[in-house]
Design a protein around this ligand. Structure first.
Ligand SMILES: *Cc1c(COP(=O)(O)O)cnc(C)c1O
Length: 366
């Protein structure tokens, strides 16, 4: 150690970070990893080759800063989304996490508020804290859908500057209908973000359809989940060009590396191959829900690649018992539940085996 001894308590830290801990699920090296909603299938060899060739071309120029505007990549993202979108209506960053913090930097901040429908994604309060934006929550109903009356009353009272609707929602998998998104959009005066991180797994329509209705609507997506590109770090948003201009003001210079732009571009050139397993994962999700219900668990209806199930008398103990059997799921969301994402067929077989073991363990000790 060559740095000076200073403890956390001695740091002249912002007060609101005093009790904070870095976000993140445990990254344990176990055989079955079902905790962070990744696509469990790695890219096929031909796509890996194309990505490697793209990196080789990018590093020939790596002494130069990358294209600040990521124009080629944004055109490919627009083409992938369809709906006649163009590069000027799409913005990209390092994961949709970075997109979200840019949205809060541009449209939130001191004296402003962001509102979400809870339980929802655990990063939302962190974006608010880090941008000094007031964090408001509207509770979802018992089935984790958004109650229109409750939502409209809260919006009328608080007029939040930003409303975020995750659909399908994490950690519940619940979809919000486009009709309700439109109603919320009309009832609010601020920005409405629909976080569609899991849209490719859903059979319900995308909020991209609503973009012509209002320049205040933003639809965020990620390549981390269905696209099998979590390690590549690429998120994006579709919105009016003026919104894209606002995000370009707050982005860090050259935020998206030449390597990221190149690899993501190669991935998009092979979108059908990378998304090839999504149909199977969707079917696996439906089977997982059915099977868990047959085993007597309550399972929330999910349009994502995960499901929330329970109840567990001691969910931490159940989580740890599964982890001890090499099956890592997620201790998140409302108290009696655990969340598992869907993996490969062998992953799911192992998951159900381990679950049966801990179930019989619970019975024999009770
Ligand atoms: C996983 C996830 C994201 C995306 O994260 P990336 O930064 O793109 O990897 C965004 N929103 C929700 C609700 C998520 O679950």
């Amino acid at each position: 150690m060559t740095t000076a001894a200073i403890t956390w308590d001695e740091l002249p830290l912002r007060a609101e970070l005093r009790d904070a801990r870095p976000y993140g699920a445990p990254q344990l090296d176990v055989p079955v990893r079902l905790n962070v909603n990744e696509n469990p299938y790695p890219p096929p060899p031909a796509v890996r080759e194309a990505m490697t060739a793209a990196v080789r071309r990018a590093v020939a120029d790596i002494n130069r800063y990358p294209d600040r505007e990521a124009t080629v990549l944004r055109a490919k993202l627009a083409g992938y989304l369809g709906y006649g979108l163009t590069a000027g209506e799409v913005w990209a960053a390092n994961g949709s996490n970075e997109i979200m913090i840019q949205i809060l930097q541009a449209f939130g901040g001191p004296g402003r508020s962001v509102c979400t429908f809870t339980p929802s994604y655990s990063m939302y309060p962190e974006y608010a804290r880090d941008t000094h934006t007031e964090y408001l929550t509207i509770p979802r109903g018992p089935d984790f859908t958004i109650d229109q009356g409750v939502a409209l009353a809260a919006i009328a009272r608080h007029q939040p500057d930003i409303i975020v609707i995750a659909s399908p929602n994490n950690p519940t998998g619940t979809v919000t209908s486009l009709g309700l998104v439109e109603t919320i959009l009309r009832a609010s005066r601020g920005i409405v973000v629909v976080d569609e991180a899991y849209q490719e797994f859903a059979t319900t329509p995308s909020a991209l359809e609503l973009l012509p209705l209002s320049g205040r609507l933003l639809v965020t997506r990620t390549m981390s989940k269905a696209f099998a590109f979590a390690g590549g770090r690429l998120g994006y948003v579709a919105a009016a060009p003026a919104v894209v201009d606002a995000l370009r003001v707050v982005r860090l210079p050259y935020h998206l590396s030449a390597v990221t732009q190149a690899v993501a571009g190669a991935a998009l050139d092979h979108a059908p191959a990378l998304l090839a397993d999504v149909d199977h994962l969707r079917a696996t999700r439906d089977q997982t829900i059915t099977r868990l219900r047959e085993l007597g668990y309550a399972v929330v209806d999910s349009q994502a690649n995960f499901c929330l199930f329970g109840p567990f008398a001691d969910r931490h103990a159940a989580w740890a018992a599964l982890a001890g059997r090499g099956v890592l799921i997620r201790e998140t969301g409302p108290e009696p539940y655990l969340r598992t994402c869907v993996g490969t067929d062998p992953d799911m077989a192992r998951f159900f085996e381990a679950l049966a073991e801990i179930q019989s363990g619970e019975r024999s000790t009770s």
